[in-house]
Each structure stands twice: as C-alpha cells, then as structure tokens.
Ligand binder design. Sequence first.
Ligand SMILES: [Zn+2]
Ligand SMILES: [Zn+2]
Length: 490
Amino acid sequence: VTQLDFIAPEYGADGTFTSVSYRFSGDRDTGWKIYRDGEETLQLGPGYVPVQSLYCGICSTDLARKFLPYPLPQIIGHEVVGLHDDKPVTVEINASHRARGLQTACPFCAGGMETQCPDRVTLGIDRLPGGFAPWFLAPIDAIHKLPDGIDPVTATLTEPFAAALHAVHASGPKNGRVAVLGPRRLGMLLLAALNGYRSDRNLSFEIDALIRHPELERTSLAMGADRVVQLQNGSTERLESKYDIVFDTTGKPEGLHLALKLAKRIVHLKSTNGAEVLGMDHLTDMVVDEIAIVPFDESRLRFSWSDESDRPNRNIFVAPGVSEERIAPLEKRHPELRFHRLTIEEALRRIDEGATNGRHFPEGSPFPRFDLAIAATPETVDAILRPAAGREISLVRPRGAILFDGTASAPSELADAVCGHDIEIHTSRCGDFSKALAVLHKRPDIAEAMKTMITQIYPLDQITEAFRIAADSSQSIKVIVQTSSREEAK
Ligand SMILES: [Zn+2]
Ligand SMILES: [Zn+2]
C-alpha cells in the first residue's frame, strides 16, 4: 500500500483557496482512500496510480468552478503535466471504467464513448482531486507520455487543445468563412486547431478571429487566424449571417446571442458559465453531454457529427406538446424509426428500469438513451436534458440532438434563433489526447505559437494571485501554475 501525504490549496464554495492536508492511501489493484484533514472524504476504486504534478493550467472551468454543479471543496486543476515512471506525461480527465482499465458491461465505455461514461469522476472537476497539488491520482489508461521534443509547459495545453480539435472535427468546416468569437484561452487553441485541420485536409475555408481587445490581435494571427475583426467599435450588422460556423468561446450569454446573429448555419458552443441562456437552465449540462439543438425537419432525423459516418437514429423521443400532425407523416415515411410518445417521467422510468433488469431501453440504440428527441418549448428541452434533479442523466444520448419544433410553441428566443434562422447549436467537450499530441509533434510551428499564449507561470503557493491574474483579461491569456519541481519529485 502506498501512502502519500501533502498539503494542497483547496478550492472552496466561496471561490477562495485554503491550505489543507491530504493523504492518498491505497494502490492500483485495491483502490484508494482519500483523507482530508485526517478524515476519510472519498473512496476510489481500483485503476488509479499516483502521478507527481509538475505544471497545471488555469482555464475558464476553474475560474467559474463555484458556479458549476459539482461538490466543493475540492483540489481543482485538470490541465496537468506530471511525472510518471520518471517520464513527463499528460493525463485525460475522465476516470471512466475504460480509462481505469476495468472490465465492465458499461455500454458507454464499450461503445467508444468513454468520455461520457455515466459512472465517471473527472480530474479536478468532479470529486477526483486535481492537479493544483504536488500529487494526484490518474486513471492508468488515461496517462499519455509526451512525445520527444514537446516542452512540458506547452504540454499543459494538451487538454484544451484536444477539446478544440474535437470541436472542429464535430462541426467539420469545409468552405466559406468560419469565426472564433472572443478568442482567449480556449479560442486561441481553436484558431490553431482550425488552421491544422484546414491544411491537413486541403480545405479552403477562411478563419476570422472576432475580438474586443486589440492586444489579442497579434496572438490571434500567430495562432492561425487569416483576419482579425475588432468588435469594440461600431455595430456588428455588417457581419450578420456571414459565417458558416461561429465557435463561441466567450462563455457569456451575450456572446451566444451575438454568435447566433453572425452565424449562417452552425453555432458551436464551447464554454458556458452555468447561467440561464435562451430561457434554458441546462445549457452547461448540454455541453457536458455534447448534445445539439437543431431545427425540427425531416432531414435532421439523420443528424450526426461531421466526423461520423451515417448514424442510424432509430429511437426518437417525442415530448408532450409536439404536434401530432408533424409526427404522423414522418412515421409513415420512416417505418425503420420508432417514435416514442411518452411523458418525461415515463421515459426516464423506462431507461432506469432497463438499467436494473438488464433489458436495454430503448431497444436497437447503441446507448440506453434516445438517439434524438423532438421538443416544442425551451422548458421541455431543459427537462429532456436533466429529467431528474440531482442526477447527471439526459434522455438523449451523448452527441445526440434535440429537434426543436418552433411552429408549435409560443415565441421564444430559442425558437427565433434556431427555427427562425435555421441554425444548429452544437456543443462538444473533451477530445482525444493522442490526436492532439500527434499534431504538436508533427507541427512544431503550432506548438511554438501555442507557447506564446502562456503569459505567466506562478508557483503553487501563489495560486490565489495566479487565479486573480488569469481572471483579468487585460493582464493575461493563459496562466500556468508550477505545482512542484522535478528536484522535489526525487
Ligand atoms: Zn480546462
Ligand atoms: Zn463506463
């Protein structure tokens, strides 16, 4: 049994840090107990190994952490580079069955959707203590050795860069113009990801960075923007419906509103701050589950992500309030699809029942969730996303879609944006680290540009100051915390 004792700054519900003593006790095969101030606070099953933390980046999720629906206090931090077997490594955040190397019948882990495993905890976000500490516990198969030549400080950007690449793959730009709205921490990486994706595939779309702070112009161009558009002076009218895809990285309701105006086809939502937007409370959960909202029409019954081959959406949940006149003709034309007219409660009850008795519901779908849902009000969309208070479960599968029927409902912001302008709202979450590390290895120019985003590095005992500077967009882009030195590691 290994025992590790250390002091770490713990993030509390009020958004401040306090030094607390921690103990990790256990091993990979039997699992771990985590003690906080001498008292057991969490048990983790098997599949974790201790990693010495070296550097950990601060991102918007950390800055907005007190607004997110996960328990506090916690050691946070998830963009981490550490030492494992004496080699620098980076670690994926989802501690799923698969990442822990466990054999299970979990349909999400078995179906290649382990980042959406319903039994997961996540490093530095949901329960699992994170990287702003001298040590953390990593799921054994989530550890990635850094390829030679990649600087460990730059490698703290692997996690957000993987997420940026994943977003680009999910929405698949081809031609026309694409915009990144409000590029800073994540948005700069989206510019780099778009740039890499375009040259890899010989595509011709143009990349615009839409910024409010003139000092971000140089970095935006270095990261891969073809053009920088300053939003701080004057109206945005001339940009309306100009962009095939707008990646909104502002994390603000007004950012999403603007993105919806500027987009012609898709708004890809990359960060949220937990606030109510478009009359919906569960937009953050929608991003976590990577669910899209799209206008309801026949062609969208074939909704899939751009990087997937044609996906059969066999089971469709029809929420109460959707007009039967619109469903009946589709049902006739598509005998291969099953339209389930159920109440929200009944739908959840059947999914739960299937999980208990081993009879997967709905039958014929890859995950025990509906492939698509059809809804007519923002309230129903919310209820589909989180049908039971306090449970992280949606009626729709991860990377599925909710088709919004704006014709049947009272006017709403959501109806106007999605149906009025025929715009899809896409979301996505964590990406593949191997793909991200491969790009950094193959494109030293991109890695070098990414390094210029890092504006400050603070030692762990100055984490409060590091967070203050990270939250101040006039003083920083990306702030990194050095959590221990290599010498201490020995
Ligand atoms: Zn992050
Ligand atoms: Zn799983």
